[in-house]
Design a protein around this ligand. Structure first.
Ligand SMILES: [Zn+2]
Length: 460
């Protein structure tokens, strides 16, 4: 960068970043009119550049892919979070980066500070196992921001240097979480953003939103449900032009509640810390278009075999085409998604459609079968029942003694009938039916990062 020896002010730094994001967005917009063949050619080129970079600068990838530098992607080994974190120091392409120093940086992170003056660091929000730690340099971070902005643009919320979009994000304000970091690094005159923690007291969230009157509302799906109920009850009185759901499964009933509250359908965004935004809805709502120009997504079963369109997989393997500091190639995420059989959408975009996202594998429940085996019941079985229940929120908790269905302020719900419905759905799945209890609660337990998983194991 030409010019001064003094550190740039925060304002000019944010403005420069906004300019860079807009430049990337202009490039991304042109891809919307690509043919499928152009998209596939781009993927091939981008993957070759990523692999060459990883092999040149990452001893970990040189070892992991040894003897397969020229093989197709599908012949490369799958990379788990545990493997990546164990090999972190050699996986990163900057030899000066050490995991212990990165973790010390995260421990004291308060805002948008950079590690070694160059990198933004975030941790994954997982509730089980070791947390994943990811980092991006300034240029990669522009790609991260652009992916989220693209999701908003497809939802009609197009920002520009001359068009201010006041935005409220009700998610996590934990600075180690990517959604907080994205908010912190785009909060500018260009995109004035208020960030509210979804774990805060509900009345205080409502008060701040009423004061702010955001034009764009972004919230975790569970929080969107709560806010829609508050709006319909007359306590919340905002009129957002754009409503986005992120990070959790957006169920039919939450979609309907939000539509009733604000007179417009919420737009679903599928994102993960590792990949940034991966898929979003266009204005036609046929599903979510995958950002196939930024991330390669393979839907696979529990044994890493490809799962055809029209069926739910057990996992997705992601290859993040713009990752350079910590390359991600066939990285395993335990999300269960389904690719649509048909790609054609009236909007004309060349990207494949996700027909369904049913959440994290941790949300699948394991039950014993009569034959002494174990069977997985997919979250969608529970969603189908709970979608017809009127309440301000719900959570199904699996405990050794049975299932507990937690309901927040249920309306006209017969607990006995609901428990019977859950039991009969489980019986249809061929598992030993557990005891099912329905209990009314004030609120559903959230994780440390403010998410409220719909289906969860015993909280420890
Ligand atoms: Zn479309």
């Amino acid at each position: 960068m030409a010019g001064g020896h003094t550190a740039p002010s925060r304002v000019s730094d944010a403005a420069r970043r906004a300019g860079l994001v807009l430049a990337v967005l202009r490039r991304l917009r042109r891809r919307d009119s690509w043919s499928r063949a152009q998209l596939i050619a781009h993927q091939g080129r981008a993957l070759a550049v990523l692999r060459a970079h990883a092999y040149a600068h990452s001893p970990f990838y040189r070892r992991l892919h040894a003897g397969r530098f020229d093989t197709p992607l599908s012949d490369l080994p799958v990379l788990t979070k545990a493997q990546l974190m164990e090999g972190f120091d050699e996986a990163v392409t900057d030899r000066a980066v050490r995991l212990d120093a990165v973790e010390r940086h995260l421990d004291v992170l308060r805002g948008d500070e950079l590690f070694r003056g160059r990198y933004r660091v975030c941790a994954t929000a997982g509730t089980t196992g070791r947390r994943g730690i990811l980092l991006w340099d300034r240029s990669e971070w522009v790609d991260v921001l652009a992916s989220y902005n693209r999701a908003q643009e497809w939802g009609g919320a197009r920002a520009g240097l001359t068009r201010r979009m006041s935005t409220a994000v009700v998610s996590s304000t934990n600075p180690t979480h990517q959604s907080a970091r994205v908010g912190a690094s785009i909060d500018s005159a260009w995109l004035p953003t208020v960030r509210i923690d979804s774990g805060d007291d509900r009345a205080s969230i409502v008060l701040r939103l009423n004061g702010r009157q955001p034009r764009t509302l972004v919230a975790y799906a569970s929080m969107l449900r709560v806010l829609a109920e508050e709006q319909l009850a007359g306590r919340l009185a905002i009129a957002p032009e754009f409503v986005f759901s992120a990070s959790e499964v957006l169920t039919r009933s939450t979609r309907d509640a939000a539509t009733a509250a604000w007179g417009r359908q919420p737009r679903d965004v599928y994102a993960a810390t590792e990949t940034a935004a991966i898929a979003a809805e266009c204005g036609q709502h046929p599903g979510l278009h995958l950002f196939e120009d930024l991330v390669l997504t393979e839907v696979v079963d529990g044994n890493d075999r490809p799962v055809p369109p029209g069926e739910y997989g057990a996992k997705v393997l992601v290859t993040v085409l713009f990752s350079r500091t910590l390359p991600l190639i066939r990285y395993e995420m335990t999300d269960s998604v389904q690719i649509a059989v048909e790609h054609d959408c009236p909007c004309g975009r060349p990207y494949a459609l996700l027909a369904g996202v049913q959440g994290r594998l941790q949300e699948a429940l394991q039950f014993a079968t009569a034959g002494g085996g174990e069977r997985t019941v997919q979250p969608v079985v529970v969603h189908h029942i709970m979608d017809r229940v009127t309440s301000a929120g719900w959570q199904v908790v699996q405990r050794p003694e049975g299932l507990e269905v937690l309901l927040v302020r249920p309306r006209n719900v017969d607990p006995t009938a609901l428990a019977a419905k859950v039991r009969s759905a489980l019986a249809e799945q061929g598992v030993v039916v557990p005891d099912v209890r329905v209990r009314e609660v004030e609120s559903v337990p959230r994780t440390a990062l403010g998410k409220a998983p719909l289906i969860t194991g015993t909280t420890s």
